[in-house]
Design a protein around this ligand. Structure first.
Ligand SMILES: Cc1cc2nc3c(=O)[nH]c(=O)nc-3n(C[C@H](O)[C@H](O)[C@H](O)COP(=O)(O)O)c2cc1C
Length: 375
């Protein structure tokens, strides 16, 4: 009996390791956005300030988040860990984030909970002791044998400063071996928030959240919410690509065709950010297709406290190395600063209290009108 359990555990670890490696390969090599699906930031125009009445030299992107001060409201969203190559990726990201003084997340720590020898692929504080590190675990795992104590272990084993608890119903549904029992998970989110020793970030991974969901996360005790909107990396699409490549149709059934309209499921990042910042007061992270600093500036104008970036960082790291990532992020932050100047915002506090400078139009305006969320 004990032997079977051990064997199953080993099989499971092998699968998790190869899945994380496969995800990175697909993200780097394929187009993983959904054709025709954007994050909707293009439907918000910015009203400029003709005479900003500030000196560009005084503009500061410094910001406070979860009680710490960072050089800019930008974080690298959690991506990987759990196999040898991931150690190098996480180490490089950590070193850049420490240099720039911005937070970083690691990918789901489930594999290292099953196999402690994998801890070192997430444990970046060895290389970057001062980096603000966000751990990661999937909420649905709490219905599949993992407990709140495992989430605490995930934090402790890598000395994380916070943990992102991700929700990813659509991804799990499309994943060949996905876990689809989401029953009772709001209560489990509450339990995690009550019990863990570090702040908990409720995090979607690309389907976005309505303000009602964000409010519920706030009531559950989350310290921040990453709205993880549609329009960036599409996890359902990645899982479908895995179906095709692995020719596996196990639990999930026949995969959707890649041009199926259902793949446009979810709240685009701009709308999710606007909803959350209008109806709740929990700190919001705006992630999902934030590939241009203009999107970041608009998210900040909406009132988001942080902007999360994932895929571009991974791609640049693989193509140009650590220095390439640093250069990309420095330029990105510089351009956010330039836009702050152009709207007359001297600091992030001013920048995040100027929602009136955004004019929604077209589909965004229609959405906000129906949702009674126009200013
Ligand atoms: C290779 C890769 C792996 C990811 N793995 C995780 C994960 O394990 N846990 C998680 O919460 N999000 C994960 N994400 C999602 C990102 O944190 C982010 O929410 C999403 O990719 C949208 O951002 P983007 O459009 O900038 O890529 C991953 C993203 C990438 C690109």
């Amino acid at each position: 009996m004990a032997k079977t359990k051990e064997k199953n555990n080993n099989d499971n670890v092998f699968h998790l390791k190869s899945r994380k490696a496969h995800h990175v390969k697909i993200v780097v090599e394929e187009d993983v956005s959904v054709e025709g699906q954007t994050n909707f930031f293009e439907y918000f125009d910015i009203i400029p300030s003709a005479i900003p009445d500030i000196d560009f030299e005084e503009v500061s992107t410094e910001t406070k988040f979860l009680g710490k001060t960072f050089s800019a409201p930008i974080l690298i969203a959690g991506m990987t860990g759990g196999y040898p190559e991931a150690k190098k990726i996480n180490q490089a990201i950590a070193e850049v984030c420490q240099d720039l003084n911005i937070p970083m997340g690691v990918g789901s720590q489930r594999a290292m909970l099953a196999d402690p020898s994998l801890v070192e692929t997430f444990d970046v504080k060895k290389f970057a002791p001062d980096v603000f590190l966000i751990g990661n675990i999937g909420l649905v795992q709490l219905n599949y044998g993992y407990g709140v104590d495992d989430a605490q272990r995930a934090v402790d084993l890598i000395n994380a400063d916070a943990i992102a608890v991700h929700v990813n119903a659509f991804q799990e549904l499309m994943q060949p071996e996905g876990d689809t029992n989401f029953k009772g998970l709001w209560e489990k989110m509450e339990e995690i928030c009550k019990t863990l020793s570090v702040p908990v970030i409720g995090k979607e991974v690309g389907s976005g959240m309505s303000w009602q969901d964000v409010l519920r996360m706030q009531e559950a005790g989350c310290s921040a919410v990453d709205v993880g909107g549609a329009g960036g990396t599409s996890w359902p699409k990645i899982e479908i690509l895995r179906h095709v490549e692995e020719k596996t149709k196990k639990k999930a059934g026949k995969p959707l065709p890649l041009n199926d309209p259902l793949l446009k499921w979810g709240v685009p990042t701009a709308l999710a950010t606007w909803e959350a910042t209008t109806k709740t007061n929990i700190p919001i992270i705006s992630t999902g297709g934030m590939y241009h600093p203009l999107s970041a500036a608009k998210a900040l104008l909406m009132g988001a406290k942080m902007v999360g970036i994932a895929r571009p960082v991974l791609k640049i790291l693989i193509e140009k190395g650590k220095e390439g990532v640093k250069e990309y992020l420095e330029e990105y932050i510089l351009n956010v600063k330039r836009i702050m100047f152009l709207v007359g915002a001297k600091n992030i506090e001013q920048m995040t209290s100027m929602k009136w400078r955004l004019v929604p139009w077209g589909r965004a305006k229609d959405w906000l009108e129906v949702r009674k969320l126009l200013l």
